[in-house]
Design a protein around this ligand. Structure first.
Ligand SMILES: [Zn+2]
Length: 355
């Protein structure tokens, strides 16, 4: 590039309609019409969520004149993506509607992207920021991988349905949002030390979602629709921050590496957001930040704050801390290139009262 000439290019893919609130599920067909979607809708749903909302969505679409298909998925794996793809091709789907939890949304996100058709995200729980982000977590031969897919064309998040789901999911969603606090610290560090590409807008938005949930942590309670409202808005903003950055960096740092390491090491891992929350307590300590504030916020929302509450043995926590830096090594974090020694990991988990 010639000196002094401006040559930057950036592309962002963002959702076009975001509908959050009481009873908005009823609007699903109206949103499809507003988006000028025509042809065949494939409803992608789970075995439980099918009864909660999947079949209801199918009916509403059929009543509005859409030809529809329905496919049930049980796991976020390459096999599920293949299954959805083949059903979509069979019924000549022109768009997909993912009605369910994170797994269902991730599978529809990837399958729709491969087939080059739009998808609408209809979360029935709010357990992580994948409900709005352009990235998906898919298991390939048993190994979890984060893949770039597409952002949903619309998000329809009915707080009535989300508030009725077990509180554990909403608390996990808070954990995923609170972990943005350490993710942004890591991102800034990577920018300063490794010249990693950095977006101040994405960082500010992501950081704000974490701070808001921590500040309002006492308002997040079970069976309270207002709580679902607060968390869903933060998750959508977090997903948008990822879209703005064009990478998961604003919402995924060392605490996510720790969670991914636990997924591989622990025989029975906890929920993604639960593990990321506990990781954020420990990474805050490493950053010299307010780890107790992070811990108390997680406690207030009813999310786990230690190994026992995660249902994971201490030894797996330490091992995950030692191994974490090896996950996605291109992303530089507070764990550095060489990670923690066993002794340092044990001390970190002990000081922060995780073990
Ligand atoms: Zn996450």
């Amino acid at each position: 590039m010639e000196a002094g000439k401006f040559g930057k290019i950036k592309m962002m893919q963002l959702p076009r309609y975001v509908l959050v609130g009481h009873g908005v599920l009823e609007e699903v067909a109206a949103v499809c019409k507003r988006l000028k979607l025509s042809g065949v809708a494939l409803v992608v749903t789970g075995s439980t969520t099918r009864h909660v909302a999947g079949e209801g969505v199918l009916e509403m679409l059929a009543d509005s004149g859409y030809d529809c298909g329905l496919v049930e998925v049980r796991s976020a794996s390459t096999e599920s993506v293949e299954k959805v793809k083949s059903v979509a091709e069979e019924c000549r789907a022109t768009f997909m509607i993912a009605v369910g939890g994170g797994k269902v949304i991730d599978v529809a996100k990837v399958a729709s992207c491969v087939l080059d058709v739009p998808f609408i995200s209809v979360p029935t729980i709010a357990s992580h920021d994948g409900i709005a982000s352009p990235r998906a977590s898919i298991k390939d031969k048993g190994v979890n991988t984060s893949v770039a897919a597409q952002a949903p064309l619309a998000i329809i998040a009915d707080t009535k349905i989300i508030a009725e789901a077990p509180h554990r999911f909403l608390a996990a969603g808070c954990g995923d949002i609170i972990s943005n606090y350490t993710a942004v610290m890591d991102w800034r560090l990577a920018h300063r030390l490794k010249n990693a590409e950095f977006s101040s807008y994405a960082a500010a938005l992501s950081e704000m979602t974490a701070k808001m949930i921590m500040e309002r942590s006492k308002e997040i309670k079970p069976n309270l629709e207002e709580s679902a409202w607060i968390v869903v808005k933060a998750l959508v903003s977090s997903g948008v921050a990822i879209s703005i950055a064009g990478s998961s960096a604003p919402a995924s740092g060392a605490e996510h590496k720790f969670s991914h390491a636990l997924d591989m090491i622990a025989p029975k891992p906890a929920l993604h957001g639960e593990q990321c929350g506990v990781g954020a307590i420990m990474m805050s300590y490493l950053h010299g930040a307010e780890w107790k504030y992070v811990r108390d916020a997680l406690r207030n929302v009813g999310a786990p704050t230690n190994a026992k509450e995660l249902g994971i043995k201490d030894e797996y926590i330490i091992e995950a801390l030692v191994q974490a830096h090896k996950i996605n090594p291109e992303r530089y974090t507070i764990l550095g290139d060489t990670g923690l020694t066993y002794e340092a990991a044990e001390r970190l988990a002990t000081i922060t009262e995780v073990i």
